[in-house]
Unconditional design. Structure first.
Length: 304
């Protein structure tokens, strides 16, 4: 964990690791691995720093750090998910968190909001409330403008660069999931599961992409399932439009494989996991762009 002593927005909210040359239409994204906490946020929160960190996809950016070696960029958020969640709509907010009324354009109802996990989260992963005082909408808008929007602008630019060069794009959205042994976890269906691949039940990417990822991970010795309990979040749904040649696949990695979930520390198995995940990075980066092209038979016909 690092602490930014200022809320000055000149401090970068994200980091992009670019390859020497773009060799693939694949872009890797880690929106939840950020661990730069502002002093103002920590003062504002009722929780201790260790509790705030429970919402991180800790070290996922390190797990996928080899992406540029295979000609693919890696974009990672530096800001923490507990502060603002890039894997949500820009304005997906719980009105009960705010002292003032929210504008009409704000989405105030969704399963994520009901769980306390909107764009500005109400709780951390274990369920602890982050604030004991209501926020102002101006504060939410400031965070979204300074962190959420720059992340998505940068991600869109990377995907557009892939599209210009290859005619298609493939976004790999990289996450981690708590094990069933993690403190406060009450998620069914993750026992004995190492990886969950989320393709929105086949709606966000070509089936060949999911099959390639599943086969590569299984051959590396992982227990892999699809879409249970994570079918894909906002980023996967937003950028996965296979009918247009834009594909997205979410990957969730069981944290018990590589870290101490209580201390939020790297475990001794992290280097081995990174080597095994590098096989996946290589396989995805070598995908034939023709596989990602829209099927002409599924394209809408032009009006006569």
């Amino acid at each position: 964990m690092s602490v930014m002593e200022t809320d000055n927005h000149a401090v970068s909210s994200l980091d992009i690791r670019r390859p020497h040359a773009l060799m693939t239409p694949v872009v890797f994204s880690s929106p939840h691995s950020g661990r730069q906490y502002t002093r103002a946020f920590m003062d504002q929160s009722r929780l201790e720093p260790q509790a705030l960190r429970q919402s991180e996809d800790s070290f996922v950016d390190e797990i996928f750090a080899a992406a540029p070696e295979f000609g693919a960029p890696l974009i990672r958020a530096l800001f923490p998910r507990a502060y603002v969640d890039a894997n949500r709509e820009a304005f997906e907010l719980d009105p009960d968190m705010f002292a003032d009324d929210l504008p009409d354009y704000v989405r105030t109802r969704s399963p994520r909001i009901a769980a306390g996990l909107g764009t500005i989260p109400k709780v951390v992963a274990s369920g602890g409330a982050i604030y004991d005082q209501p926020l102002s909408f101006a504060e939410a808008r400031r965070r979204i403008d300074a962190y959420h929007r720059p992340y998505h602008r940068a991600l869109e630019q990377l995907l557009e660069g892939a599209r210009r060069q290859f005619g298609v794009s493939l976004l790999i959205d990289c996450h981690s999931m708590p094990s069933h042994r993690a403190p406060g976890v009450r998620i069914k269906g993750i026992e004995n599961v190492d990886m969950v691949l989320g393709d929105c039940h086949g709606g966000s990417c070509a089936p060949e992409v999911t099959r390639l990822a599943e086969r590569t991970l299984t051959e590396a010795g992982f227990q892999v399932v699809r879409n249970r309990p994570y079918a894909g979040g906002y980023i996967t749904r937003q950028y996965g439009r296979p009918e247009e040649g834009h594909h997205a696949l979410q990957i969730e990695i069981n944290r018990a494989l590589y870290m101490d979930e209580c201390r939020i520390e790297r475990g001794p198995e992290l280097p081995r996991l990174m080597r095994r995940i590098t096989r996946l990075i290589k396989a995805l980066s070598e995908i034939d762009p023709d596989i990602l092209k829209p099927d002409p038979c599924t394209l809408p016909k032009a009006a006569e």
